[in-house]
Design a protein around this ligand. Structure first.
Ligand SMILES: NC(=O)c1ccc[n+]([C@@H]2O[C@H](COP(=O)([O-])OP(=O)(O)OC[C@H]3O[C@@H](n4cnc5c(N)ncnc54)[C@H](OP(=O)(O)O)[C@@H]3O)[C@@H](O)[C@H]2O)c1
Length: 334
């Protein structure tokens, strides 16, 4: 069993723990929280026996008795928390977006050269799902790709908090937040997994008063086509996402959730090529990561592919921000 530790006690950590336990490969060992009270409340909320799970309030205590840490803290904290884990020879599953910029990513890469048995995974849950793989296969079979439009725009309760004058972490540059890093990362991930790294990018954001992006439109430029990406946290969209062949189109109801995958042939006939997903959308990634941790030699190629993908996404997110003049404090710290 892989001994799992958790950083962050919000709902996403609960979902990940439930997914991990569902795979049968992990056992929850330790929960880190800034306060014992919140750590205990997190455990009480889990629908599993937690008698042997420790709650700790320092990272050094967290890393003593676990094999892997799942980091679901505000984005800007991932880097320092992951560094301590790697230095302690603990594997890392870090929520998207893994790190704030390519400088941080490079420091993590360099640190990994000195801890070569440690594996770091970015929790981009959608690209591990069966429906993503089915969509990927359908794209390979297209006679030609002529472009794509990906949309992920959901009104967030955190935007209500922002309107009330609060500064929720996810809508601040201090915590490396904003629409691009929070939701835009999903369609950007999908585009790069399907088509590779773009040769150029452009981001046109709508900014909040604090300089973070509330929503926006990005363009990823490839040699033969462009991908248009629409995302945001301050409005709802009901548009599906589409990939354009010649006369063929592949569509999904939602590029981050992938509940449906439809192939439309040249005559307009629609065929459902997706499968029903698991009720918990994090099971596929939890299962993939456990395979690499337990069988690192045979799973090395897949691991390297995810790592290179994470690196390209990290660079692309940064380039998009640069094109819009959005600077995070994490970019300018010593
Ligand atoms: N894959 C997905 O579907 C998905 C969905 C949602 C979020 N996420 C990702 O998960 C991560 C967490 O997002 P979130 O919305 O849950 O963030 P959040 O609510 O701002 O913070 C998450 C946790 O981090 C700790 N925390 C909060 N503020 C902190 C601070 N100032 N200093 C230190 N610790 C702090 C809190 O735990 P304690 O109070 O217990 O210390 C909190 O429960 C992000 O990277 C996000 O992108 C992923």
């Amino acid at each position: 069993m892989i001994k799992l530790g958790i950083i962050g006690t919000n709902w996403i950590s609960k979902m990940f723990v439930e997914a991990a336990l569902q795979t049968g490969s992990y056992t929850l060992t330790t929960v880190y929280s800034r306060t014992e009270e919140k750590g205990n409340a997190f455990l009480a909320d889990l629908d599993t026996d937690t008698d042997n799970v420790a709650v700790v309030t320092t990272l050094s205590d967290l890393y003593t008795n676990i094999d892997v840490v799942y980091i679901a803290s505000p984005n800007a904290l991932h880097f320092e928390q992951a560094k301590v884990a790697i230095a302690s020879d603990v594997h890392v599953i870090v929520e998207k977006p893994s790190f704030s910029n390519p400088t941080e990513f490079a420091i993590i890469e360099e640190l990994l050269t000195r801890h070569e048995n440690v594996r770091v995974f970015e929790a981009a849950r959608h690209v591990h799902q069966s429906n993503f793989k089915l969509m990927q296969q359908a794209v390979i079979e297209l006679p030609q790709v002529q472009g794509a439009t990906f949309v992920y725009q959901k009104y967030s309760s955190r935007y209500d908090a922002y309107l009330e004058g609060q500064e929720p972490n996810v809508l601040t540059r201090e915590f490396s937040g904003g629409a691009l890093y929070d939701l835009g990362v999903y369609p950007i991930y999908a585009a790069i997994a399907l088509f590779g790294a773009p040769r150029a990018v452009q981001y046109l954001p709508t900014l909040l008063n604090n300089g973070a992006d509330g929503r926006g439109t990005a363009n990823l430029f490839y040699d033969q086509f462009n991908v248009t990406v629409i995302f945001g946290k301050n409005a709802n969209s009901y548009l599906s996402s589409e990939i354009y062949g010649l006369k063929e189109t592949i569509s999904t109801n939602n590029i981050a959730e992938l509940n449906t995958i439809t192939y439309h042939d040249g005559d307009g006939n629609a065929d459902n090529i997706g499968v029903a997903g698991t009720s918990n959308p994090m099971v596929a990634e939890a299962s993939d990561f456990s395979r690499v941790i337990t069988d690192p030699i045979n799973e090395h190629v897949r691991y390297q592919q995810w790592w290179q993908l994470a690196k390209q996404v990290n660079q692309t997110l940064f380039d998009l921000r640069q094109s819009a003049g959005i600077v995070f404090p994490a970019d300018i710290k010593d």
